[in-house]
Design a protein around this ligand. Structure first.
Ligand code: PHB
Length: 255
């Protein structure tokens, strides 16, 4: 792919433009797109024009630009996240009815947890994540599960990096995190209170494929001080087992 003067390829520039949109910035003026993407106005305008013509971006009545439904269609229909989500959804619905707070499914992507499904109740505790949201591995119970049951190379890489605090009790010391991961591996679950927000506690268990490899993580986000920790963990474990069987039955390729 042709490179620009600044050295980044066309695909990289397109990704930067699409990445300019997020939950707090669902519609942008063309100049806001350029600024948020860190691209010169002329090149951003040209690429935005191409993306509008192909439907990957759409223009609203005020002339502001947003992510197009065509992009959602193309990315969703061939996605392994969709297949995994569909296999998991019936069991997740049962778990959410039982637990009553947030129940979510995440996968490892680019050294972060990517949330691919989330079911909630209207009065559930505050939760920083939504579908397609990301969580740092070291600061979330879902991340601890993916680290504890993931490859040694991933664990080494994360432990060698700075571990920035996210909430009042994020583990920021590599040795302490290593000990905690050993415990998660031994226990088969992670419970982390106040690591992201003081009010919320994450409870997470691994979801394995037929070969026993951890391919996803199932979590409940509950209020800190939650009295039904044991029952919640049991419900998550049962759900994870059902999801594992569904993945095997559907023959879903998870990695
Ligand atoms: C977690 O995975 O532990 C987690 C996720 C989202 C939150 C809080 C905790 O808002």
């Amino acid at each position: 792919m042709a490179n620009s003067g600044s050295g980044d390829s066309m695909v990289e520039r397109v990704v930067r433009i699409l990445g300019a949109f997020d939950r707090g910035h669902t519609d942008l003026s063309p100049s806001e797109v350029a600024r948020r993407a860190g691209l010169p106005m002329s090149s951003a305008h040209r690429i935005v024009g191409d993306l509008l013509r192909t439907g990957l971006l759409e223009r609203d009545l005020e002339g502001r630009v947003r992510i197009g439904m065509r992009l959602w269609e193309l990315t969703t229909r061939g996605s392994r996240a969709l297949a995994l989500r569909q296999a998991a959804l019936p069991a997740m619905e049962r778990a959410q009815a039982e637990i009553g707070e947030h129940v979510q499914l995440g996968v490892l992507d680019q050294d972060e947890v990517l949330v691919i499904e989330q079911l909630s109740a209207p009065d559930a505790v505050s939760n920083v994540t939504t579908v397609a949201g990301r969580l740092p591995l070291h600061a979330s119970s879902s991340g601890l599960v993916l680290l504890a049951f993931g490859r040694q190379t991933l664990r080494n890489r994360i432990l060698a990096r700075p571990l920035p605090p996210v909430g009042p009790s994020t583990i920021t010391d590599a040795a302490a995190l290593g000990r905690r991961l050993d415990a998660v591996r031994r226990d088969g679950y992670a419970i982390l209170a106040g690591s992201i927000e003081s009010v919320a506690t994450g409870i997470s268990v691994p979801v394995a494929d037929r070969a026993g490899t951890t391919v996803a993580v199932l979590s409940a986000v509950v209020p800190t001080g939650w009295p039904r920790e044991r029952e919640t963990l049991d419900a998550l474990r049962r759900t994870a087992q059902t999801v594992s069987e569904a993945i095997a039955d559907y023959g879903i390729l998870t990695h």
